[in-house]
Design a protein around this ligand. Structure first.
Ligand SMILES: *Cc1c(COP(=O)(O)O)cnc(C)c1O
Length: 390
């Protein structure tokens, strides 16, 4: 049997009954878009994340887009984000005419480096790229928002990032697309992904820790005014009357069938988060003695949901050897992300130089991900470990 990178089939066998019932009820109801299950899901996930309000939407990308629109991000604004992330994080910034200002990452967590974030904000305030590498040809920008990304399922360093954002008057939009279910102990309380910033965003793309069977996403906020704005932007800037449009918006609604799928999957989600910890611990045991591998670590007081299990090889050549070994053993692997966003052709207009984000560039050249999902068995993890050991 071939080894899946993410095993959605085993999960489906577990939830098939509930999912079938949920979808059938939607089919019977005829409320296919933004139906009652969407409101039910919003309430359930707001409660789960510990936020007051949730707004279901069509994808994680739309969630980010709606968040930035609600915060009135536009031309002339600088939005700080890491370059070592999925395209969508910075794409929405540029789509709104604002400028992504990249902030390099921490080499251990792969998340935004809070000290460099402050340097980048100061550089934009002073319009001085001698202080920190800035995009070219933009004119003077106004620091407006920051999008910390909870990469690979591990929460960003909010304890350090939030005070910097507050000091400089920046809005915070959490990109929790890969981290739904992740936690951190902060000031004596357990905080969940989806609860940071003015607005937090997540994705329900099938491969994410909480995935549906198509596209879906959600925004979370504690602010009633932002809730109103997000709900309006989700449906073409709708006012209180359906045919009154008070602002520009998007077609951002969530399909009711996807909400039904997610409600069924939420019943097993906490158990899956627990299973992911077991898989993580077994990998640590099995791979710990293989020389030259830097395995993911999770510091005390944190819990990662491991959207990816990402390992650093010693070099690009070493990675190529390891990937070749995995391939010949029939083990799937993937590289998240081989090219950081500041070097992507889509952002060539920002004219970032190679070397501008040294940690992201170094990590992009060495990182690779191996199978990670709640249903990985000890036996299969053993096979993967022997393949890597060579
Ligand atoms: C997947 C992802 C998104 C976008 O979510 P979609 O639902 O695919 O639009 C945004 N940011 C990050 C970090 C992601 O991994």
């Amino acid at each position: 049997m071939s080894i899946p990178f993410i095993d959605l089939k085993t999960q489906y066998a577990r939830v098939a009954g509930q999912v079938g019932q949920g979808i059938d009820a939607v089919l019977q109801s005829g409320a296919f878009v933004n139906g009652p299950d969407v409101a039910k899901l919003e309430q359930r996930l707001a409660e789960y994340t510990g936020t007051r309000y949730a707004v279901g939407c069509a994808s994680g990308t739309d969630a980010l887009m709606m968040a930035l629109m609600a915060l009135k991000v536009g031309p002339g604004d600088a939005v700080f984000c890491p370059p070592f992330t999925f395209m969508a994080t910075a794409e929405v910034v540029a789509l709104l005419g604002a400028t992504p200002v990249f902030v390099d990452i921490d080499p251990v967590t792969f998340n935004m480096d809070a000290a460099q974030f402050e340097l980048a904000v100061r550089a934009v305030e002073a319009d001085d790229s001698a202080l920190y590498p800035l995009p070219a040809h933009t004119g003077k920008l106004t620091p407006k928002a920051v999008i910390p990304v909870d990469l690979f399922g591990l929460l960003a360093d909010y304890a350090a990032i939030l005070p910097v954002a507050a000091k400089h008057g920046l809005a915070v939009v959490e990109d929790a697309a890969q981290a739904f279910g992740a936690t951190v102990e902060l000031d004596g309380t357990t905080r969940r992904a989806g609860s940071f910033g003015q607005i937090a965003c997540t994705s329900f793309f099938p491969a994410k820790p909480l995935g549906c069977y198509g596209d879906g996403g959600m925004c979370f906020t504690d602010n009633p005014e932002l809730l109103d704005l997000l709900q309006s932007i989700r449906v073409h800037g709708q006012g209180h009357d359906k045919y009154e449009n008070v602002r520009l918006g998007i077609t951002g609604r969530l399909d009711t069938m996807q909400a039904a799928v997610l409600l069924a999957k939420m019943d097993i989600f906490e158990d899956e988060v627990r299973l992911r910890q077991e898989v993580f611990r077994r990998y640590a045991d099995l791979l710990g003695s293989i020389p030259g591998l830097t395995l993911p670590t999770v510091s005390a007081g944190r819990l990662s949901v491991f959207a990816q299990y990402s390992i650093l090889a010693e070099s690009g050549e070493h990675r190529a050897q390891l990937l070749e070994r995995l391939k010949s053993a029939g083990v799937p692997s993937s590289i998240y992300y081989p090219v950081p966003l500041h070097l992507q052709p889509a952002f060539a207009n920002l004219a970032y130089a190679r070397g501008a984000m040294p940690v992201s560039e170094n990590v992009a050249g060495r990182i690779f991900s191996i199978p990670m999902h709640p249903y990985l068995t000890t036996a299969v993890q053993g096979e993967i470990a022997s393949a890597l050991a060579g």
